[in-house]
Write a protein that binds this ligand. Structure first.
Ligand code: GLY
Length: 416
């Protein structure tokens, strides 16, 4: 080989190295674009179902093949406007900003909601995204008022925010006067936001106190969690640990684990205290290393459903659990989004591949619905709550929301 040939070969090799990564990159970008396009089409069809100028019914799921929408008295209304904001963020078309606003603005009065903890989901997914993408100061004020409302449910005695008002456990043996559910971790982001924009640390302090109390009382040694912990309001003692939407009091309800992974990852982002990062990683490891996590990364509704050592809570009472335990795409979507964030932090690289694998699985035909099916929700195969015999193997708006968020996080990861 002459010197010239060697030089030419080396040049060709070097340029190939430069071409290959960008080809791989553009394949990933094409994948993301394609998924956003499918989502955009589903959501166009979905919004076409609501001709009213001011929406009052918000899509949530389906029942017997028909759409189920909720009024402004549930916990899920913020997700649909949130999905519209994510589409707007992807295509930057004014039409989508208008649509997102059309579905966000009727929620304004919820800033005063004090009857449950889900004001975080409601307002941060709708107005939170509205403020992030438009910087309209009026939305900031609404979010701060929402945070104030959430803080009214905090008690210094228990050290946490009360999720629900009074209710009984399934076996009726426990009266839950101060129930805290793991989902509550998700509502803390609103509080950190409020401290960031006002400079008043009160909101963040409450959020961090809640995260600490939950870390102490709501987790088992293996880093799975109890869905519900009930506190004695007068003393702050733990009265009961159990489930409401999972299989058994001692089982790992998969969406509960997903809320926890996402929640502590977010608390680390907001506090930069490594204790939360370490904890979030342990929660994610529980998920990823679980023998019962299917190869396609979409978990069963409960990691322990039907297994020896887990006795179904009283809800089963006369009902049998179906032989086929359904998957929960919503839990997968929440975890997928969280893993993308976890992967951006120190020591988190190992979470990137499982995040991409989960995303690809959700984007496959197994979970993404063909256009004009699934009542125009994007993802199939989620579970609301089997104990209540409600929303079993159906689409759920929050599965779509966290899936779109995960797509954005994947896209952001390619730009780093
Ligand atoms: N926050 C209620 C649920 O996850 O179903």
């Amino acid at each position: 080989m002459t010197r010239k040939t060697i030089r030419l070969t080396l040049c060709a090799f070097a340029s190939a190295l430069m071409v290959f990564p960008s080809a791989a990159q553009s394949k990933k970008e094409k994948f993301i674009d394609a998924q956003f396009k499918i989502a955009e089409q589903h959501l166009t069809n979905q919004t076409d179902n609501y001709p009213e100028a001011i929406p009052s019914r918000y899509p949530r799921t389906t029942k017997n093949g028909k759409i189920v929408a909720t009024n402004l008295r549930d916990w899920t209304e913020g997700f649909f406007p949130g999905c519209l904001w994510y589409i707007y963020e992807a295509n930057k078309e004014q039409k989508w900003e208008e649509l997102a606003l059309k579905w966000t603005l009727p929620m304004e009065k919820l800033q005063y909601l004090k009857s449950h903890h889900d004001i975080g989901f409601l307002m941060y997914c709708s107005y939170g995204n509205a403020y992030r993408l438009t910087k309209n100061e009026a939305y900031k004020d609404i979010l701060v008022q929402s945070a104030k409302s959430l803080c009214t449910r905090f008690s210094e005695t228990t050290g946490c925010i009360k999720s629900w008002n009074y209710r009984e456990s399934w076996d009726k043996k426990h009266k839950w006067f101060y129930p805290v559910i793991i989902d509550n971790m998700m509502n803390l982001e609103l509080l950190y936001f409020a401290s960031e924009v006002t400079g008043d640390p009160t909101y963040a302090d409450i959020a961090t106190k809640h995260a600490d109390t939950t870390m102490k009382n709501q987790f088992r040694d293996d880093y799975s969690n109890y869905h519900v912990v009930n506190y004695v309001p007068e003393t702050g003692e733990v009265e009961h640990r159990g489930t409401c939407q999972g299989y058994a009091d001692n089982s790992a309800w998969s969406r509960g684990q997903a809320w926890a992974i996402y929640g502590y990852t977010m608390v680390y982002r907001m506090t930069k205290d490594e204790k939360y990062l370490d904890f979030a990683m342990k929660l994610a490891d529980y998920w990823l290393e679980h023998d019962n996590l299917p190869k396609d990364m979409v978990p069963y509704w409960d990691f322990n459903a039907g297994q020896p050592g887990y006795t179904a809570a009283e809800w089963i009472n006369g009902r049998t659990l179906d032989a086929v335990i359904p998957r929960d795409a919503s839990a997968a979507a929440v975890t997928c989004s969280a893993l993308f964030e976890l992967a951006t932090f120190k020591g988190g690289k190992k979470y990137y591949k499982p995040a991409v694998k989960t995303l690809k699985s959700l984007a496959s035909d197994a979970y993404t619905a063909p256009l004009n099916t699934n009542c125009n929700f994007i993802l199939k195969h989620s579970v609301g709550t089997i104990p209540h015999n409600n929303e079993i193997d159906v689409p759920l708006v929050y599965a779509d929301y966290y899936y779109l968020e995960a797509l954005h996080r994947y896209e952001a990861s390619l730009k780093k």
